[in-house]
Write a protein that binds this ligand. Sequence first.
Ligand code: EPZ
Length: 423
Amino acid sequence: MDKLAIQGGRRLEGEISISGAKNAALPILCAALLTEETLHLDNLPKLKDISTTLTLLGHIGTQICLDEQGSIDLLADRLSTLQAPYELVKTMRASILVLGPLLTRYGEAMVSLPGGCAIGSRPVDLHIKGLKAMGADITIERGYIHAKAGRLKGARIFMDSVTVTGTENLMMAATLAEGITVLENAAREPEVEDLANCLIAMGADIRGAGTDTVTIHGVSRLHGAAYSIMADRIETGTYLVAAAMTQGKITLHRTRPDTLDAVIEKLREAGAKISCSNNSITLSMDRRPLAVTIKTAPYPAFPTDMQAQFMAMNCIATGVGSVTETIFENRFMHVQEMQRLGANIEIEGNTALVRGVDKLDGATVMATDLRASASLVLAALVAQGETVIERIYHIDRGYECIEEKFNQLGAHVKRIQRTGSGS
Ligand code: EPZ
């Protein structure tokens, strides 16, 4: 397995471009299953999770033509199977996003239960409950979701908890259902809105995406379209925190400042100077960050996917900051690893109390999940000496060309490729 070796102590300076958003691209790729015409997408990020999704869509029978610039044509006019096998789904939970499209277009789907992951049990009961409300007959047998339906029927669905992919799955299912579907307590994440905009370009009738009530008038068919994936707000936030921690000055291009209000607010509270245009953000930091208090919650509140990164910043901040995680039950896996670098963190329930220390010392640490891994890279950028991060396949799931982008900003990040079964 590959590792990253990072020499700490260098200020980040310069400019990079942000890639397309992983969490918008994943549902939008699955939307190709809703039409027998070609869906053309631009700004697709080159990530492990994207290639996993393409493997799954190819397995189902989607024809895929991908070019080097991150553009892709998908054509799902003759599918060979309606099954998403465990071998593929277990590597990426978001594979559940083929369930709604297959069921509403073909009346049947057999999708492996995704199972949990490092950060939590990650149930999909609300996806299933919503599809049943639309008339699907769903049973769970031997680890698979077996779903059958005539034409799905529109329904009013109250989501017991805010679920991003749950909202996306039901929204896609509703596009071809008979009648009107109203999703109440829907997720408001920008990626939900991006998916809705792509579906609307394909001929869907969707109103209210990005608010907590989404109304979908079912249509008989969707047509092909061309759509460009929105910028990745979590990648953007990650580089902004890196620049704040290293007291640097960076500009991020091809991004969406309007999707980062809560993150920008917290960075300003930490002492960063931030200016935004409509598609770029400049951050400069001329002092050690001030500790901030973070509490994660659904959009537009502070995003759980930025929690680990801000914990890294609190580790070397002035003062004491607290980080409360309200979305997932086990999203503090990065804490022990940061403690190996010398961080002073105490966990009490779902809150971590972080006392800023003057310095971290490089060590060997292990990545455990996507955003935890990113937070270890940030900590390594300020740690004294070299830090080696193992199991960085977690990072490659969600950060395109991470070492190239950080090195372009003046960091010293080297990928160590491990051949054979070496750890
Ligand atoms: C999406 O996951 C994102 N993934 C996650 O990003 C993100 O952390 C999460 O939303 C929250 O913002 C993608 O979009 C591919 P949820 P998702 O359903 O949809 C509970 C990353 O790092 N829940 O919004 O799987 C669930 O247990 C990843 O890029 C149910 O109880 O998350 C959790 O407590 C990590 N039943 C809460 O809702 C359900 O049926 C939010 O989960 C579904 C969810």
